[in-house]
Design a protein around this ligand. Structure first.
Ligand code: ZN
Length: 223
C-alpha cells in the first residue's frame, strides 16, 4: 500500500539499496533516487543504478563527489589498493571510505529538503556491520538529529535493512517481486562483476551466503 507521499533513496545500484528502492516504491507514491560518483573504480556501478531507475520509473540524480576520492583514497576507488580479504584485527577494512555515509546522507538530505521531502531511505545494516562504523543504528540516529538541527527540518532517516541479514534481505526482495532484478542486474562485487559477481571477494561471499541460505529455506517451505 502506497500510503506515504515521497521519499529520497540513497542508491548505489547494489543489492541492499535496490531492495530499499523496491521497498520505497511499495510504500511511497513518489520515489527519487540519488547516486554519488566518488570515483568508484567500477564505473559499471553507476550504469547499473541508472538502468535500474529507468526500469522502475524512478527519477534518478547522480551527484559528483570526486573530491571524496581525492582526500580519502581507498580500495573501492584506487586500482593500486587491493581490497582486504578478511577483516583487519584493528580499525576499519580498507574498503571503508571515511565519512562516506555521512556525506552522502547529508547531500541527500539537502536535496530532499529542496523537494519538500522529509523521508530519507538508506540500505545500511548493523547485522552485516563488516566493521563499517557508519552502518550502525547509533550513527544514523545521531546524524538524523544533527540534520534536523542543521536545517531546522524534520527529517526521518529510514533504514529498512538495519536489523536484518543478507538472507532476510533476499527474502524481502523476493516478496517485493525483485528477486531476479537484484540477482541479475545489481552490482555488489568489489571486482566489478555484475549479478552473482566474482564469488570470492568479501562482498560476493556475504551476498552468496545469504542467497544460498534463502534459496535453501524457500525450497524447504515449498517441499
Ligand atoms: Zn566479487
Amino acid at each position: 500500500m502506497k500510503n506515504k507521499e515521497a521519499a529520497v533513496v540513497v542508491f548505489s545500484g547494489g543489492q541492499d539499496s535496490t531492495t530499499c528502492l523496491l521497498w520505497a516504491k511499495e510504500n511511497y507514491k513518489t520515489v527519487y533516487a540519488i547516486s554519488f560518483d566518488y570515483g568508484q573504480r567500477h564505473r559499471l556501478e553507476l550504469e547499473c543504478a541508472k538502468k535500474i531507475c529507468e526500469k522502475l520509473g524512478v527519477t534518478h540524480k547522480i551527484m559528483d563527489m570526486g573530491l571524496l576520492n581525492e582526500i580519502a583514497p581507498n580500495s573501492l576507488t584506487r586500482m593500486d589498493i587491493k581490497v582486504d580479504e578478511s577483516a583487519p584485527l584493528q580499525g576499519t577494512p580498507n574498503s571503508f571510505v571515511d565519512g562516506r555515509n555521512m556525506i552522502f546522507l547529508t547531500f541527500a538530505a539537502v536535496y530532499a529538503k529542496q523537494l519538500g521531502i522529509t523521508d530519507l531511505i538508506t540500505g545500511v545494516s548493523q547485522s552485516d556491520f563488516s566493521g563499517y562504523p557508519d552502518c550502525r543504528d547509533i550513527f544514523i540516529k545521531s546524524l538524523n538529529v544533527t540534520l534536523n538541527l542543521a536545517m531546522d527540518y524534520e527529517f526521518d532517516i529510514i533504514t529498512p535493512l538495519m536489523w536484518i541479514d543478507k538472507e532476510q534481505t533476499w527474502e524481502m526482495a523476493d516478496k517485493l517481486g525483485g528477486f531476479d532484478l537484484i540477482r541479475n542486474e545489481t552490482l555488489t562485487c568489489y571486482n566489478g562483476i555484475l549479478g552473482d559477481g566474482c564469488g570470492n571477494c568479501p562482498s560476493c561471499k556475504l551476498r552468496k551466503k545469504g542467497l544460498e541460505a534463502y534459496l535453501e529455506k524457500k525450497a524447504a517451505v515449498h517441499n
